[in-house]
Structures are given as structure tokens and as C-alpha cells.
Ligand binder design. Structure first.
Ligand code: ADP
Ligand code: MG
Length: 345
């Protein structure tokens, strides 16, 4: 079995554990018997497990490592959690993957130590043949409420917009507000749950907001990364640096996060909410994906009023519908700034 075939089988199982032999047979143009033989081999190797029989059989990736620990917050430091609990489970992964985990785990544990006020902090990690997932949980005030209180926001959902912008800290004397921004971008999946809210940075690189049914105490951060990921910390930092500079100078803001359920972006106050703290960046890419239309006052406030007050910040709108583009052009009194120096986004 080639490494590619093995990966493709494991990916098929990770996607959906049912009907696997039939799906593999179809995908690879082999008989069901051959596909079943592949699955039997991976089972013998202990890489996958199955439950049920016959057509109802379901496959799962086997857990190859699993650790968890509950710590007292007082006196804890993030290096102890990294070296004592997580790093030993990841020793055989490629250096770039270990570096990404080192960064994200220590940043999130440091957050729980410095910001949560919780008595206890739980950290856990699970690994299978494809991915490693980790969580950091506390029983403190909750991240969105803490940010809402510190920034005096009207609605805790605005905390998610602020986190997505980056450079958000409630403790500027001791922190820089980069941990969540970069951790969410180096992972394949990154998810913060707190209260009824849920901040997700998914595999496709977009920030989405889901409401959770039940109020849960504290803050839960979930992260997942492929064990063979090629991503490096440096390339992600570089993506948000200004050209020829090494500092965090550029951000990408999903404008849709400023648009709450059933609302349209029409008012100057919505625009001010969106542009809050933009002046800390040299470049702000405004991603309008999912925003169908905007109002004239909103567009004027962002693209003319804010821009004139803050000439040091370049606003680069992307993913515009024709209706949004018309409003942006009108506010600018002509063309939309060129974005030729932007990489992939
Ligand atoms: N576990 C947590 N509980 C409560 N608030 C948190 C938690 N983690 C992060 N925060 C809040 O989110 C902000 C942003 O976190 P982060 O991006 O790591 O930046 P920094 O730690 O540099 O402030 C923090 O300043 C804090 O207000
Ligand atoms: Mg932090």
C-alpha cells in the first residue's frame, strides 16, 4: 500500500466512517473485496478500528495517544504544561508541526493562566494517524464577557469581531494581543467556546460565528492540525507583516462578523464598530464575503470619514458584490484601491 493510498483511505474514514469499503471501491476503481482487504490491513496494524458488522460496519481512526491533566492555576506556567504533558506525545512529528503546537499550546495555556481567573485549568491532547487535536479549558469569567466588559461593548458578539481583527488585549502592560489571532491561523481548525458563543476559524480560513445552545462556564479552546502539515509559523507571521517589515502590520477582517443576524450594514455606528482599532494596522483587508449589500452612510463612514482621519491605514476591500462595490466606489468618489501586493487573499 503506497503512502498516498494509505492517506486517502484514512481521509475517507475521517470524513465519514460509514460505507467506507463501497466508497473506496468507487473512488479507486477497485472491487469492494479489494477495498475491504485494505481496511482489514489497516485494522491489523492498529491504525483504524471498527464497530458493527456487515453493511452497518463503521470505521474510526484509532487513537494513538491521549493525555489530559487538570492543573491548579496558581503557580502554573505554560512551559510546564508543554514540556510535561504535550511535547512528549509529539516528539516524532516534523519540526514545523511541533513548532506550531508549541506556539499555540503555550499561548492558550498562558491565556488561561493570565486572563481567566479560574482556579483550575484543564489541558488535553488526542492524536490519531492523521491529526492531533488539543484543548485548553478553564472555569473563569469567559473570554467574550471579559472582552465585552474591558472594551465596554454593547454585545458579547462584538468581542468576536475584535478578536478577528487582532492586536486585541485587555492587559496592554503585559500582553500584545497576538496569541489568538496567530494561533487561530496556524491551526487547521481553531474554535473558542464561551457562554453561548462560539468562534470558529475553520479549514477554509474563514471566521464564522455560531450560537451555542447552552451556557457553559469559562472558556474552551479547541485546536486541530494535520500531523503532516507543511505550514510554518514564519509563513503565517509573514502573511500579516507589511512588505519588507517583520511586525504585525496587516490584518484581514471578515466584515460579515460586524453584521449580526437579520441586520444590514447601513449605519455610521455599525461602521465605527467595524473600524474600531483599525488605525493600529498599516493595511486592513476588508473581506466582504457573505455581505450582499451595504448602505450609503456605512460606506461613507468607513471609506471616506475613517480613511481621511487615518491616512496611515490603507483599506483594501475584497470579495465585493456589485451592489457593495457601487457603494464603496461612491464613497471613494471613484476607483477602489489596487491590491496587487497582496498574496493569496
Ligand atoms: N481563557 C481566557 N479567559 C478570559 N479571557 C481570555 C482568555 N483568553 C484570552 N482572553 C482575552 O482575550 C484577549 C486576547 O488574547 P490573546 O490574543 O492571547 O492576547 P493577549 O494574551 O496578548 O492579551 C486577552 O487580552 C483576554 O482579554
Ligand atoms: Mg495571550
Amino acid at each position: 500500500m503506497t503512502a498516498d493510498l494509505r492517506r486517502s483511505i484514512l481521509a475517507a474514514i475521517a470524513r465519514d466512517g460509514s460505507n467506507v469499503a463501497a466508497r473506496l471501491a468507487e473512488q479507486h476503481g477497485v472491487s469492494r473485496q479489494s477495498a475491504s482487504a485494505w481496511l482489514a490491513k489497516l485494522k491489523r496494524e492498529g491504525i483504524i478500528t471498527s464497530s458493527g458488522v456487515g453493511r452497518g460496519v463503521r470505521y474510526q481512526l484509532a487513537v494513538s495517544a491521549s493525555v489530559q491533566e487538570v492543573y491548579e492555576r496558581a503557580g502554573l506556567n505554560e512551559d510546564r504544561v508543554w514540556r510535561g504533558l504535550v511535547a512528549p506525545q509529539l516528539a516524532d512529528l516534523p519540526p514545523n508541526v511541533r513548532d506550531v503546537w508549541h506556539y499555540a499550546v503555550t499561548e492558550m495555556v498562558n491565556n488561561a493562566i493570565d486572563h481567566s481567573g479560574s482556579e483550575r485549568i484543564s489541558v488535553g491532547m488526542v492524536r490519531d494517524a492523521l491529526n492531533t487535536s488539543a484543548y485548553v479549558a478553564d472555569e473563569g469569567e469567559g473570554i467574550f464577557l471579559k472582552i465585552q466588559r474591558a472594551l465596554n461593548l454593547y454585545d458579547p458578539r462584538e468581542a468576536i469581531l475584535e478578536l478577528a481583527k487582532g492586536k486585541l488585549t485587555t492587559d496592554p502592560a503585559n500582553h500584545t494581543g497576538e496569541g489568538i489571532f496567530f494561533s487561530s491561523k496556524v491551526m487547521d481548525a481553531f474554535d473558542i467556546r464561551s457562554g453561548k458563543l462560539h468562534f470558529v476559524h475553520d479549514d477554509w480560513g474563514t471566521d464564522v460565528l455560531l450560537e451555542r445552545a447552552a451556557d457553559a462556564p469559562g472558556t474552551l479552546v479547541l485546536m486541530r492540525l494535520a500531523n503532516d502539515s507543511k505550514r510554518t509559523l514564519q509563513e503565517v507571521f509573514d502573511q500579516f507583516a507589511a512588505p519588507e517589515e517583520y511586525t504585525f502590520a496587516k490584518t484581514i477582517v471578515p466584515v460579515k462578523l460586524a453584521q449580526h443576524e437579520g441586520e444590514k450594514l447601513v449605519s455610521r455606528s455599525q461602521a465605527k464598530r467595524l473600524t474600531m482599532r483599525f488605525e493600529r494596522f498599516q493595511i486592513v483587508v476588508l473581506d466582504f464575503a457573505g455581505v450582499e449589500e451595504i448602505g450609503q452612510a456605512f460606506a461613507d463612514e468607513v471609506f471616506r470619514v475613517f480613511q481621511q482621519a487615518h491616512p496611515g491605514t490603507r483599506l483594501l476591500p475584497i470579495n465585493l458584490t456589485p451592489a457593495v462595490e457601487k457603494m464603496v466606489k461612491r464613497a471613494l468618489g471613484g476607483g477602489i484601491p489596487k491590491q496587487d501586493h497582496l498574496e493569496e487573499h
